[in-house]
Design a protein around this ligand. Structure first.
Ligand SMILES: Cc1cc2nc3c(=O)[nH]c(=O)nc-3n(C[C@H](O)[C@H](O)[C@H](O)COP(=O)(O)OP(=O)(O)OC[C@H]3O[C@@H](n4cnc5c(N)ncnc54)[C@H](O)[C@@H]3O)c2cc1C
Length: 607
């Protein structure tokens, strides 16, 4: 047999003959690394019935806290894998305060209300507990479906062009025994020093911020004097810092250390702490890998693909969004191996990086800019910042923008697996032309908030294709009531009627809508589509009675209708939603609905 080229862990290549093939195990996917992102991915693949092996170099789940925050969209991903309630029970829902001094002089409070995605704006958790909940989740699928190999390091892998499979070598830390694994896809969830990334000749680009941060995690004595029970940014130029309680009497501080200052002085005098995990001194990194997919069979997710500054706490949330973006595409690609449907697998898998990179790049840049503005150590800049923010925040509408919107950017998919039609691209156009852009750094925060506000108000007045303005966005998640359920008062979240595949919402249906959609066509089956009707069903056909029919809960129906462009003129509307909840397309009226079939075929099939 011809020798194959291996890529070793230390990123060198060697040519070795195949050996020990009789010991080979087969999986559809091997995930390297069982941190938060590898374990979310394993749960997603388990949900899809994909035979998965998770290889983790450590003997145990990592037991020190690092990440502490998840956003509403990440909690929604936990909802997809059925672990959101458990996570919420083990987390804190904290308000966020911007204080001039620690625990005093608050000038802005962001309440932790429920957002349009149907979950709290943020939850704060203790990372070892989160990881344990995620790993326990594997048991639901059984070892035959999702298997975890702790204490095993992936050392080498090679791709066999003939069989289009990878051969992965993993070594047992204790015995040195080598296992050979054969798989279709490898996912590198192996953190910032990712071996899988190096094997793809992918490089991280970006910079570390200039500020040094000391992160301290501690467990407080049970009789420790009360400290803040909210998340606080202390915007004091003499000692900018962040602090927040975490579940189980844990507490986190992050201090910006001035040049020449000694971090030990922060730890000294902490005699009321019974357990101090020590400090991690780091600069805020903002690095994104240039390749996330090798074009054949390897992907990277989470920190392996991007190291984001921790300022907005988006590391794990962004990694979870990578996972859900990729999981359903892998499912389609794997199904296509066994029963070739002419799926355009190359375009599908290429879209992963195309869709995810713009979001993490924007979050990384924005985290740094906001971090520099809010945590400035420059007395003059911070005084100007405080003066402006004081004046601006006197205006109620500015207050509302901040208390209702996060500083987190909302980044719709612009290019990838979506049908944009001829929607006007207001978000990006406005961003480019704004005169605010070159203004003082701290106004960036206000700029983004105003941008969101102005784009939503102008888009509602713009006439052309306004119903398409949210294509590429994640669909909002209102509460709903099932019409054809005997228990009419049973309120549930929208996602609970959406399956693991695509969803097709049919609003104001008529007989003609149904015949144009042709729900029996093979493309809908390929996308594993759930059809759901909303509002009045004007069809006489009994055929549609088989599909769930829902009502949006009364106080949430207006925002939902505005989101999908339903201006109550009675036109039929079709909203197609991808498994990761991004809107593939919105079609209004018979002319547009008639184009759906072609659009789906052109997107998913090889022509
Ligand atoms: C102090 C600090 C504070 C932070 N705060 C936040 C926050 O508030 N919010 C947030 O979202 N993020 C935060 N982050 C970032 C967050 O911790 C990371 O984004 C997150 O842990 C990345 O998860 P991951 O699964 O991608 O990688 P990791 O957690 O790094 O996991 C990678 C795993 O791969 C394993 N591995 C590596 N190589 C191999 C191999 N060859 N074979 C087998 N296994 C291998 C490792 O043992 C490890 O378990 C913080 C980070 C730090 C350091």
């Amino acid at each position: 047999m011809a020798p194959l080229t291996f890529v070793e862990e230390k990123s060198s290549s060697s040519t070795l003959p195949l050996q020990d093939l009789n010991e080979e195990e087969e999986y559809q996917v091997v995930i390297v690394g069982c941190g938060p992102n590898g374990s979310v991915m394993a749960n997603l693949l388990g949900m899809y019935g994909i035979k998965t092996l998770v290889v983790e170099a450590s003997d145990t789940i990592y037991n020190l806290p690092r990440a502490a925050h998840l956003d509403d969209e990440a909690i929604r991903i936990l909802q997809f894998i059925g672990l959101d309630e458990l996570m919420k029970q083990n987390s804190l829902k904290l308000d966020v305060k911007f204080n001039r001094k620690s625990q005093s002089m608050t000038y802005l409070t962001i309440k932790n209300t429920e957002t349009v995605y149907g979950h709290p704006r943020s939850i704060f958790w203790y990372q070892p507990e989160l990881e344990q909940i995620l790993v326990n989740g594997f048991q639901r699928f059984g070892e035959h479906m999702v298997k975890l190999l702790l204490g095993h390091r992936m050392v080498r892998m090679c791709y066999d062009q003939k069989t289009k499979t990878n051969r992965v070598e993993v070594v047992d830390n204790e015995t040195g025994h080598v296992k050979n694994i054969r798989c279709n896809f490898v996912i590198g969830a192996d953190g910032g020093n990712s071996t899988v990334r190096k094997s793809m000749s992918s490089n991280l680009h970006g910079e570390s911020g200039s500020m040094r941060w000391l992160v301290i995690d501690a467990t407080l004595d049970s009789d420790h004097p009360k400290i803040n029970d909210y998340f606080q940014f202390v915007c004091d130029p003499k000692l900018p810092m962040v602090s927040c309680p975490l579940p189980g009497n844990h507490f986190r501080w992050e201090f910006a250390i001035a040049d020449g200052q000694d971090e030990d002085e922060f730890i000294a005098g902490s005699d009321r702490l019974i357990e101090l995990y020590g400090g991690d001194l780091s600069k805020l990194k903002n690095r994104v890998a240039d390749r996330w997919f090798d074009g054949e069979s390897r992907f990277i997710i989470g920190d392996a693909a991007h190291c984001l500054p921790q300022f907005l706490g988006m590391g794990v949330s962004s990694g979870m969004r990578d996972s859900i973006n990729l999981a359903w595409k892998l499912k389609m690609a794997l199904d296509n191996i066994n029963e070739p449907y002419r799926i355009n697998t190359a375009a599908l898998l290429d879209s992963y990086a195309l869709e995810r990179k713009p979001e993490v790049e924007l979050i990384g840049n924005k985290s740094n800019r906001i971090g520099n503005a809010v945590m400035s150590t420059n007395i003059i800049a911070s005084t100007i910042r405080d003066l402006f923010s004081y004046i601006l925040l006197l205006m109620p509408f500015i207050q509302t923008i901040f208390t209702n919107n996060e500083m987190k950017p909302i980044v719709p998919i612009k290019e990838g697996i979506i049908d944009h039609g001829h929607a006007t691209d207001q978000y990006y156009d406005k961003k480019k032309s704004s005169p605010w852009k070159s203004f003082l750094g701290f106004l960036v925060i206000f700029y983004y908030a105003l941008l969101q506000w102005s784009s939503s108000s102008s888009s509602s007045s713009s006439r052309k294709n306004t119903h398409k303005k949210n294509v590429g966005h994640r669909i909002v998640q209102p509460n709903i009531i099932m019409n054809n359920n005997n228990n009419n008062n049973n309120t549930m979240k929208l996602d609970s009627v959406m399956g693991l595949g695509f969803s097709c919402f049919v609003v104001n249906a008529t007989d003609n809508t149904f015949s144009l959609l042709n729900t029996n066509s093979s493309i809908w089956k390929l996308l594993n589509t759930s059809f759901i009707t909303i509002g009045q069903n004007n069809s006489s056909s009994s055929h549609w009675k088989q599909f769930p029919s829902i009502q949006i809960q009364r106080d949430q129906d207006k925002p939902f209708n505005a989101f999908i462009g339903n201006n109550m003129d009675g036109d039929s509307i079709i909203v197609i939603v991808r498994p990761d909840k991004h809107i593939f397309g919105i079609y209004k009226g018979d002319n547009e609905i008639a184009t759906i079939s072609n659009s789906l075929q052109n997107t998913f099939l090889i022509n």
